[in-house]
Ligand binder design. Sequence first.
Ligand code: SF4
Length: 221
Amino acid sequence: MKVKRMSQSRVMQLFAKLAEAYPEAHCALQHTTPFELLIATMLSAQCTDARVNLVTATLFQKYRMPEDFAVLSPQTLQEDIKQLGLFRSKSENIVATSRMLLEQFQGQIPQTLEALIQLPGVGRKTANVVLSNAFAIPALAVDTHVRRVANRLGLADSPNPEVVEQQICARIPSSMWSQAHHWLIFHGRQVCTARKPACSICPVSEFCKFYQTKTSAILTG
Ligand code: SF4
């Protein structure tokens, strides 16, 4: 069966359903400043947000500002974050980023994608998380959940996160980008999981390309 591209009105209906299903969707990384959000997001690579929150609860009591991290050696910081994966490279990047913020940005977090991705260890996803959650600048971060769910639903058709970002952003108003990121992540964590999507209880199965294809394959034998 050929699956038709979703119309614009269907895309908006799909997001309305996700909004209804996940009214509590928000940034799960605990932070009180843009800098703390930047550090927490850098720490979250290949780790759960819950695990990062456990570490930052203590870490941010010891160090809160770029000045605090910039004077550390990466080896010292490693001791504070060694419960997290990739802790050696994360330590190096956090110390280098803090130093760069002081040297080039007066200790402030820059508010453009171009400037943020100059910081060591900060990629497009992290930059978009900071822009949208710390500064309410329209941006849609694509992590592994967003990429998987968007491809299954038919909102995107690429393994490349930047292409997925462009494809989703092209289909919804910029005022929805940040929240769309949270809805897709919540859906990916709670229902449309990587190994076993719970299609039978999915609130958006009627819109889903993957589901339509699977159902059609069963019906046609
Ligand atoms: S129907 Fe299944 S594959 Fe499609 S979004 Fe829902 S859980 Fe994911």
